[in-house]
Ligand binder design. Structure first.
Ligand SMILES: [Zn+2]
Length: 250
């Protein structure tokens, strides 16, 4: 009996993103989230001339299973790891908002901070956590970052009567074009990251306190590659990173 591939299996489902933005911002809860969610895309874009800014919303002060570890020490360790990872990705500035890990609220204080970052750095694309995950658990901080980033893009950063005290000198109202959410269950776009997958893994390996034993050829390396290969299975490239794109209202 002869089996033929059905067209549905062979037809790409997501838009393939080929344009490289001039400026992008990755907004994430904890050190390592940015590389896990969007590291290969950020590395590719940065290599192709995009200016990438990170906004790290918490200090990562609860990220340790070691009972001898203190919050103060883990914050220092993770801050060094995050800078090293960002250097590999090609990120310029890392804005650290200093909220305690696990205590991030989607409130007006946090919204104001994100609005200010958007108005100051003016990214065309914001990459962040998908807040809408229904089949798997999602860290509360991740949900609050996704919600607040979306709210900040529309309407708060765009409209001058929101946080008007920010609008002075070079800080102007600003309209982000797209949000790319990672970690959700309904992605609709994919980025070819075949040339930057190694950079993602190298950067992730810098987060030693969180991801021990990651090196080229390790089991974890193979698992990460496998996941990105599965994401790209309907496309004519080897590795992909998928997102749910939301385009801001005009
Ligand atoms: Zn996290």
């Amino acid at each position: 009996m002869t089996h033929t591939f059905s067209m549905t299996n062979r037809t790409p489902k997501h838009d393939v993103i080929r344009d490289i933005p001039k400026r992008a911002m990755v907004i994430f809860a904890h050190p390592d989230d940015a590389e896990i969610g969007a590291g290969a895309t950020a590395a590719r874009w940065s290599a192709e001339g995009c200016e990438i800014t990170y906004v790290q919303c918490t200090t990562g002060s609860s990220g340790s299973n070691n009972t001898d570890m203190t919050s103060k020490r883990i914050v220092r360790i993770r801050s060094t790891e995050q800078r090293a990872a960002a250097d590999i990705i090609g990120v310029g500035e890392i804005i650290v908002l200093n909220h305690p890990d696990g205590e991030l609220e989607a409130n007006r204080t946090f919204l104001k901070e994100i609005v200010y970052a958007l108005r100051k750095y003016r990214p065309e694309i914001v990459l962040t956590h998908d807040q809408h995950r229904i089949h798997r658990f999602q860290h509360r901080d991740h949900r609050h970052v996704g919600t607040t980033a979306q709210d900040a893009v529309y309407p708060y950063a765009r409209d001058h009567l929101h946080f008007p005290e920010q609008i002075i000198y070079e800080i102007k109202p600003y309209k982000v074009k797209h949000l790319f959410f990672w970690g959700g269950e309904q992605p609709n776009i994919i980025v070819d990251v075949t040339d930057s997958i190694n950079t993602k893994i190298k950067a992730l390996a810098k987060h030693e306190s969180q991801i021990a034993g990651l090196s080229f050829g390790s089991d974890m390396d193979l698992r990460i590659r496998e996941q990105h290969m599965v994401e790209a299975r309907n496309y004519n490239f080897k590795y992909g990173e998928t997102f749910r794109r939301l385009t801001a209202r005009t």
